[in-house]
Design a protein around this ligand. Structure first.
Ligand code: NAD
Ligand code: MG
Length: 376
């Protein structure tokens, strides 16, 4: 047994994973890294393993050489490692769901960046946490902000969440220009440096739809009490309105290391000097705009999928992942992402989902149908 808290970092070579390792490198007297996992990026994973000496390394698409684990089994082994108190899930996309569920079943705290887990399987994920003594703590900056604002307050006191959205690189573009935006333009996010998939989701505002659904399950609030507002500076990470009308917000320069650290320590705080301290004058004017729903239809489409419930959010997520992949591969124009997702949702025969199998079926169907519509 180690005196420090064990952390398994899944998706350690990604944007979230690398930020997590920066935090953990500064906090070695409190945390140690138990496991590292990645998909591809073998050299980077090797360098990380040499720096942190984890008990387990998994290269999901590897061959099991040099003592490393591989395959989905390797991922589950990392997520359930007996020395891991916390599992930080920084995997992108539906591929992260199995590890989230496995970690919760093993009673772990999951520091969850992989929002797709909650979008696909929100009820199952939260139920598994409750039944198995696990805990879901958000890493997503908006949800971390909400958690920081509501901690210490009774849930009945919360009236409404207002999630902030940067609006992405196209927040002020006209509709026609947005429809034909290039990959380079979509990846040029104004305030955050992140993986490619979430960066495109931020440009379409699908990311905010995923986050509304994520917030619904994390904070157990009906959709009509979760709103979004565009805030191009990304300094206010979200607002919480209480029943008396008072509003709390959490602020900081955009940097994921803060919400990652908070997910590890919640409800405590520990000293950390790794991130630039806030300076309200340097932050400059903070502005807010309504979401232009006619230019960015994916926010309303995803919110509606959340409201519909059952298999709808899993299909929304899957169709979006397939369409984003096609856009990034140069096989579809930007405007096609929302069109394809809308068509898939219109065609879907929504069913109730009680277990993982039905969720994975909805995911597979949404992905396949989007692929057909995209001509791939
Ligand atoms: P990324 O693409 O930079 O990294 C993804 C990681 O997952 C990599 O380590 C990759 O090797 C691994 N991976 C990819 N496919 C996999 C598969 N099939 N099986 C197992 N592992 C796989 O992505 P990111 O930007 O770090 O985002 C990760 C998650 O965090 C996403 O769900 C994203 O929405 C969420 N998130 C990211 C940020 C951010 O600032 N990057 C902020 C909020 C939420
Ligand atoms: Mg976010």
């Amino acid at each position: 047994m180690s005196a420090t808290v064990g952390v398994a970092v899944l998706g350690s070579t990604g944007s979230i994973g690398r930020s997590a390792l920066k935090v953990l490198a500064r906090q070695r007297d409190r945390f140690h890294v138990v496991a590292l996992t990645a998909f591809g990026q073998q050299e980077q994973l090797e360098a990380q393993a040499a720096g942190f000496h984890p008990a387990l390394v998994a290269l999901v698409n590897g061959n099991g050489g040099n003592g490393w684990r591989s395959g989905r089994a390797g991922l589950v082994e990392a997520a359930t490692h007996p020395d891991a108190d916390i599992v930080l899930n920084g995997i992108v996309g539906a591929a992260g769901l199995e590890a989230t569920l496995a970690a919760l079943r093993a009673g772990k705290r999951v520091a969850l960046a992989n929002k797709e887990s909650l979008v696909m399987a929100g009820e199952l994920v939260m139920r598994t946490a409750r039944e198995c003594g696990g805990q879901v703590v958000p890493v997503d900056s908006e949800h971390s902000a909400v958690l920081q604002c509501v901690t210490g307050h009774r849930p009945e006191g919360v009236q409404r969440l207002i999630l902030t959205a940067s609006g992405g690189p196209f927040h002020a573009w006209d509709a026609e220009r947005v429809r034909h935006a290039t990959v380079a333009e979509a990846l040029n996010h104004p305030t955050w440096r992140m993986g490619r998939k979430i960066t495109v989701d931020s440009a379409t505002l699908a990311n905010k739809a995923l986050e509304v659904i994520e917030a619904h399950f994390l904070f157990d609030l009906p959709y009509e009490r979760i709103e979004a507002v565009v805030h191009p500076q990304s300094v206010i990470h979200s607002f919480v309105e209480f029943v008396d009308g008072s509003v709390l917000a959490q602020l900081g320069f955009p940097n994921m290391e803060l919400p990652i650290l908070y997910a590890l320590t919640h409800p405590e705080r520990i000293p950390d000097t790794g991130v630039a301290r806030f300076d309200p004058v340097a932050a400059g004017p903070l502005t807010f705009e309504p979401v232009r729903t006619e230019v960015f239809p994916l926010l309303a489409l995803g919110r509606q999928a959340g409201l519909t419930g059952g298999s709808a959010p899993a299909a929304f997520n899957a169709a979006n992942e397939a369409a984003v992949a096609a856009f990034l591969a140069g096989r579809a124009p930007f405007g096609r992402i929302a069109e394809v997702v809308e068509m898939v949702l219109e065609e879907q025969i929504v069913t109730a989902v009680s277990g993982l199998e039905e969720i994975l079926e909805a995911d597979a169907w949404g992905r396949r149908r989007a692929g057909e519509l995209l001509g791939s």
